[in-house]
Design a protein around this ligand. Structure first.
Ligand code: FES
Ligand code: FES
Length: 161
């Protein structure tokens, strides 16, 4: 039996240069969780529907179960572990705590990544924009209101209102 050929990949993850060797068909989600032990990124549907695996790639939200690890070569990846700065939570993380946005822990990292990319692009979002922006993230057991409130509260705070 031939051993699986591995391909070297260097990428920047949460500001740190990382080097791994992966099989050609390794998913970015698996690289993050299994090679780098960044288990905040969740494996849910693995078909691009649920958004639990959402990360930022060069600032854009990407479902990491839909991206091959080799395609992340030389790209800048941010996972939920990279949102806080030291002990300082990202404003969205703080708002999720105070506004009831925190849910099961499975969907929450994906919601945080989608929301942080949304606010990085536009702080003037209204409720409709937020709900539309979250259409790639599913929660199958509670509601979205606490999440929407958290994002709107954060946007307002960051606007300085
Ligand atoms: S695990 Fe990637 S979208 Fe569901
Ligand atoms: S999937 Fe996370 S609270 Fe329902």
């Amino acid at each position: 039996v031939n051993p699986v050929k591995k391909i070297p990949v260097t990428l920047l993850v949460n500001g740190e240069s990382r080097h791994v060797e992966v099989p050609a068909r390794r998913l970015l989600s698996d690289l993050l969780r299994d090679d780098l032990q960044l288990t905040g990124t969740k494996r849910g549907c693995e078909t691009g529907i649920c958004g639990a695996c959402s990360v930022h790639v060069d600032g854009e939200v990407v479902k990491s179960c839909l991206m091959l690890a080799v395609h992340a070569r030389d790209r800048e990846i941010t996972t939920v572990e990279g949102l806080a700065v030291g002990d300082q939570l990202h404003p969205l993380q703080a708002a999720f705590m105070t506004c009831g946005g925190l849910q099961c822990g499975y969907c929450t990292p994906g919601f945080l990544m989608a929301a942080s990319a949304m606010l990085a692009q536009d702080l003037s979002v209204d409720e409709h924009d937020v709900r539309t922006g979250l259409n790639g993230n599913l929660c199958r057991c509670t509601g979205y209101q606490g999440i929407v409130d958290s994002i709107l509260t954060t946007a307002e705070k960051l606007r300085g209102n």
